[in-house]
Design a protein around this ligand. Sequence first.
Ligand SMILES: Cc1ncc(C[n+]2csc(CCOP(=O)(O)OP(=O)(O)O)c2C)c(N)n1
Ligand SMILES: [Mg+2]
Length: 572
Amino acid sequence: MRVFESLVAGLENIGVTAAFGGAGETCTGMMLALKHSTQIRGIITRHEQAASFMACGYAMYTNHLGVCWATAGPGAFNLFSGLGMAMSDSYPILAITGYANRHWMGRGSLNETSALNNTPDSQKMFAACTKGSWIIDHPDQTCDILEQAVNTAFAGRPGPVHIAVPGEFNLPGHDVTNHRQIQRSVETVSPDPARVDEIAVMLADAFAKGKSVVALVGFGAIRSGANSAVKEFIERFQIPLLTTLDGKGIVSENHPLSIGVFCDSGHASAWKAFMNADVVVAIGNAFNQHATFNYWEGLFDGRTLVHINISESEIDKVHKADYALVADAQLAVRAMTEALDAKTGARTPAVVDGRDYESRVITPLPGAIHPARLAQIVGRLLPERGIVLADAGAHLTWLGYYLELESGQHFRKAGEFGPMAGHTNGAIGLQVAHPDRTIVVGCGDGCYSLAGFELMTAVEHELPVIWIIFNDGEFKLIKIYQMTEYFESGLVDFRNPDFAAHARACGANGYSVSDEDEFEAAFKDALASGKPCVIDAKITRWAIPHFSTSPRGTIAGIIERIEERMRGADKP
Ligand SMILES: Cc1ncc(C[n+]2csc(CCOP(=O)(O)OP(=O)(O)O)c2C)c(N)n1
Ligand SMILES: [Mg+2]
């Protein structure tokens, strides 16, 4: 058995069902081992960057390892964006790359990245972008290294790992003589009962004193599958629920205790509830820039913060926790519910004040698509357990605010690393992992143009992803930044092709729509088609972009900015 065959057998062994990658000499063995695998579907992408994003998509809502591969040198380097995304968004993924034949090392052979004689140092680069990077020195190290890499990917806060396989191991005479099954043995991060009790005592006391307690739930809770645990917690103790953008849908957004999204461009109702809160129980939250209004100083002044996170390094990173609990979110919430139940009698129903759903009603613009209305239609028609991904750009803020999710549906924005195309491509991996769920991507025309050729990958593998292109002919988000900081914009406009015709030429369904009725009809057709679909939605450029770093909302944010300028606050 050769090295790549041993790696693929090991991945089968831990339940991997798909791997995404690109072709090349030094990864030939990987391609052939996948060809012969009856369990793992080998998916060749048009660009290795897409493979790294697909591995992230595959791992996003599963407990499986996402796998991508590429040849040495340029192929391998194309994987870095996905590794960056996996690192900042906690996806357990493994990148397997070739490495130029070591026999010729230092002589500048094809794809060489040994750091010798003006070649790049790929091992340093991979080490810098992952939780761990290994090079297989001898074939008999293969299983040990794979096992260590997989367990590192899943340990604590999940993330990316890398294994490099020297090119000579594709050749005969380099057999793995000690192949064995590998074990996935990652310990769950359980909550410390004494700390749970301390938190329960504090919360019971807060209830007794009539203090206001809110829960603020992030992606960590979704990743740990804490949906029903969170619902039980908020219902039992009548705790109003705020989510970050990526926590949306953990409990239905129509639930009487759901107050809305708390973050940049979020719901003013969530901000109001937060401001009234005496105690905030943050579950699976990293307090990133856009979830804290650009690290708003004093966000927690006068408030008690309970911070539950699987990773110790997240605690006190941005806001000092009064009570920290390092644990898996689901286990932590269940333990807290049990401990608090014993200390708390029946609770009177919470009065949830100021839901700003009225501002979700948007006046239709005749003959044009308002991006907010588009998001509302998607939310209304999205099937049960449907998943909506947004890419990087202004379109994500429209979706984050106006898409209303039922419990079990998910929304994920481009994360903190935030690469354009991350989700336009990642959706394909997500669909492979969840063949029974509807996957919709809301992407900008810029994002789609960057990576939309992977549509062919979806067509070839019959993956019915629906891409909705928010077509405004510009990099809207960048235009907003330019206008805000420079009062002018430039190099942000571009010309688009006929995306629908291109989709049809690829063998997908293509729709071109320019009003809301047309959009609704196209989206219904796409949902029923079972085919990859591209809906080219011509959105108006005249809607005030739903983007603001002011917690008071978009319009208030614009006024605050003008006031700042008038005061000359921006002058050095
Ligand atoms: C790979 C990469 N390049 C550049 C950026 C910076 N960036 C963030 S959003 C954006 C505009 C995206 O344009 P489009 O997809 O049309 O979305 P819109 O803002 O118009 O909704 C850019 C250029 C990025 N996030 N990732
Ligand atoms: Mg655009």
